[in-house]
Design a protein around this ligand. Structure first.
Ligand code: SF4
Length: 296
């Protein structure tokens, strides 16, 4: 199949746009959408130090490539790659993100659950089972990443979340009836480093292809606990529906933006947890999780 914009061979067909794209036009299309997203939200400004949440998987590696090639010449913007080691044997291997950061000449740092919480996800699962492993892991990872980024002087933390991740989050909040999260609008909060998601308008399969064409093939070790994520069910539901209605994920992203700031969630403010000293919305979930998993 030929590229819809030139005569070269197409590497992808975008069902939602009806376009076949060759490698050059595909890379340009991903980068243009990502730059537009950053511009629309005013996410990157002169003087920023951007922490990149770098797991070493394809999404965060693609983000690393995008930042290094798009902003690499800017002396007024700095980057720091941050890898969180949750302690999941056979899955998390910090040597992979370290090597990716070295390749793009971006400073890299790491922090572990073992060092921060004196436990690991593997230990938690062996004591408490794996039913809630993803929800515990996500809360503890966000807290540690935020602390590392804040203490390193980062002004933003960038995630490689894709359109699929964002659309799944919106649908999950709707399915849970979580009005606060559906209508919440991000706003500055004491101790919280603002989060940015430059790939939020790019579908996951396109970020994967972008990563493959730019960074190269990366070992894909699946997390042994991923089958427990509610997200997996929502992903299947959304992928099936989107097959028939290809613009559904963009529609959910639009819904999120339209509803942001419309409800009481906008009045939610952070407080500093008296136990751990970290910022939290309402009761500190990290401390509650640590109490629960360390219970005798
Ligand atoms: Fe953590 Fe779940 Fe992701 Fe594994 S799949 S790294 S347990 S959030």
């Amino acid at each position: 199949m030929q590229c819809s914009k030139c005569r070269h061979e197409a590497v992808i067909f975008q069902r939602y746009s009806g376009l076949h794209l060759c490698e050059r036009h595909f890379l340009a299309s991903v980068e243009a959408r990502t730059k537009r997203t950053i511009r629309q939200h005013g996410w990157i400004r002169s003087g920023d130090t951007i922490g990149i949440a770098l797991s070493g998987g394809k999404d965060s590696a693609a983000l690393m490539h995008f930042f290094a090639t798009t902003f690499g010449d800017r002396r007024d913007i700095e980057f720091l790659a941050i890898t969180i080691d949750e302690g999941i044997g056979g899955y998390r291997d910090v040597s992979q993100p370290k090597e990716i950061a070295r390749r793009y000449d971006i400073p890299w740092t790491t922090a572990s659950f073992a060092g921060e919480y004196a436990t690991t996800i593997d230990e938690i699962v062996s004591r408490r089972g794996d039913r809630q492993s993803c929800s515990w892991c996500g809360v503890l990872r966000r807290r540690l990443l935020n602390r590392v980024a804040r203490e390193a002087g980062c002004t933003k933390v960038a995630f490689g979340f894709t359109l699929d991740d964002e659309a799944q989050s919106v649908l999950m909040n709707v399915l849970r009836g979580d009005t606060d999260r559906v209508t919440m609008s991000p706003k500055p909060a004491e101790g919280m480093v603002p989060r940015i998601r430059p790939f939020e308008a790019v579908p996951e399969r396109e970020v994967a292809l972008y990563s493959h064409l730019t960074v190269g093939l990366l070992p894909d070790r699946g997390c042994p606990y991923s089958h427990n994520a509610l997200r997996g069910d929502v992903r299947r539901l959304l992928d099936d529906y989107s097959w028939l209605h290809p613009s559904t994920k963009y529609a959910l992203l639009g819904l999120r933006d339209d509803l942001a700031g419309c409800g009481e969630g906008t009045t939610m403010t952070t407080t500093i947890c008296s136990e751990c000293g970290e910022p939290t919305f309402g009761p500190c979930r990290s401390c509650a999780i640590l109490r629960e998993v360390n219970r005798g």
